[in-house]
Design a binder for this molecule. Structure first.
Ligand code: PMP
Ligand code: GLN
Length: 412
């Protein structure tokens, strides 16, 4: 028997880094700042809504495009958030998390050989979804701006990524893992290129409500002139309502694109968990839901401040995130001061640094080179998740301070 029976198109992707790091965190009894999930529960009113939906008998297959109440709640949420008026039943498809929406878009809308422009570092599912569809990624690299205030991209590099074979742009704003929130000017440039080249845009906006800078609001590219008719906007309940395990997501698109998304969705999952869809409708449509999100945003803003300041004090080069619940930090100064190398006399890469933190500090992070096409681009960073209780973050910082401090003392 060969070592693996995995289909060749999926073999390059191995095990998701999120699963890998969470297993390591458990093995080392580490505080898990790697996989992005809250270490606290979502709101009580939402749990009660799900329990009630189960109790009153919403337990059989849902309508494939979503239970009507949820499609209607998503349409109203989308309009309130700056999107345009859509037909909830013809232009919205409920999926099993944004993960399924991404796969359904790629499988339902791309032809083999099509090219997809995407920004690296990218969320790990992107390359796999593009590969499953037989399409080809064209990466544009996000790098810190000159003053290191945020990540940005080079216009020429973006223009060069478009070719006659470009079918789609896969855009994620607010962006995991950099925390970048794309500006209106950046979105306008992407929109112009999409229109010029006749491409569609897949806009992954799962962190739409997790933004922290009043000067950098989240803008949906679909709201720009000429873009609603070529954009498929994807989002989900998980981050906004601290229920990542519920896996309720959606895709909003004009009917012609929705047809492609649904063509794949009906055979991927057919429908998502019925009682959770009913509860999701309550989350999106209620005043309680809105109040929860506003409070969560304030809490995350404080945790971002705390962790960014603490990491800076420890010697990490923090590039302040404008959104999401992640911080990308340059570990070079810390790993150099600790004398870490990759075993070949070269500076420590992200895997070496993140392993050191798990083993010596008991803190798990993500080595973000896995999110890059060109791994060299990501090796000097670590990604820290701050979607954790304030005391979890304090404990993680204490552990890192002690471990880094004592390692330096031993060397001195
Ligand atoms: N896109 C991005 C950028 C994400 O960070 C995540 C979170 N895992 C997803 C998509 C998937 O979302 P969901 O959990 O709703 O499937
Ligand atoms: N989105 C989460 C992250 O970036 C993890 C998602 C997953 O585990 N698949 O950490």
């Amino acid at each position: 028997m060969p070592h693996t029976q995995t289909a060749s198109r999926l073999r390059p992707f191995g095990t998701s880094i999120f699963a890998e790091m969470s297993v390591l965190a458990t093995q080392h009894n580490a505080i898990n700042l790697s996989q992005g999930f809250p270490d606290f529960d979502g709101p009580e009113f939402l749990k009660a809504a799900a329990q009630q939906a189960i109790e009153i008998g919403h337990n059989q297959y849902a309508r494939t495009q979503g239970v009507p109440a949820l499609n209607e709640a998503i349409a109203a949420w989308w309009k309130r958030g700056g999107g345009c008026e859509v037909d909830p039943h013809a232009e919205i498809t409920v999926t099993s998390g944004c993960t399924e929406a991404l796969a359904a878009c790629c499988l339902g809308l791309l032809e083999p050989g099509d090219e997809v422009v995407c920004f690296e570092p990218f969320y790990d599912a992107y390359l796999a979804d593009v590969a499953l569809a037989g399409a080809v990624p064209r990466a544009v690299t996000l790098r810190p701006n000159r003053d290191r205030s945020a990540f940005g991209f080079d216009e020429t590099e973006l223009r060069r990524a478009f070719t006659p074979r470009t079918r789609a742009v896969l855009l994620n704003t607010p962006h995991n893992p950099t925390g970048k929130v794309f500006t209106r000017d950046e979105l306008a440039l992407i929109a112009d290129l999409a229109i010029e080249h006749g491409t569609i845009v897949l806009a992954d906006e799962v962190y739409e409500r997790l933004v922290f800078e009043p000067a950098r609001p989240h803008i949906s590219i679909a709201s720009l002139p000429g873009m609603a008719e070529r954009t498929i906007t994807l989002s989900s309940l998980g981050k906004t309502f601290s229920m990542t395990g519920w896996k309720i997501g959606w895709a909003i698109a004009p009917p012609a694109f929705t047809a492609g998304v649904r063509a794949a969705h009906q055979f991927l999952t057919f429908a998502s968990a019925t009682p959770l869809q009913h509860a999701a409708a309550v989350a999106l449509a209620s005043e309680e839901g809105e109040a929860y999100v506003e409070q969560l945003q304030r809490d995350y803003a404080k945790r971002r401040r705390f962790l960014a300041d603490a990491l800076t004090e420890l010697g990490f080069g923090v590039i302040e995130p404008e959104g999401t619940y992640f911080i990308m930090a340059d570990h070079t100064a810390v790993s150099e001061r600790l004398g870490l190398t990759n075993g070949k006399g070269e500076p420590a890469d992200d895997f070496v640094m993140s392993r050191w933190l798990i083993e010596h500090a008991g803190v798990a992070t993500i080595p973000p080179s896995v999110f890059y096409h060109d791994k060299m681009e990501g090796r000097k960073y670590l990604r820290f998740a701050f979607c954790k209780r304030a005391e979890t973050l304090r404990a993680a910082v204490d552990r890192m301070r002690t471990a880094i401090g004592s390692a330096r003392r031993v060397q001195a």
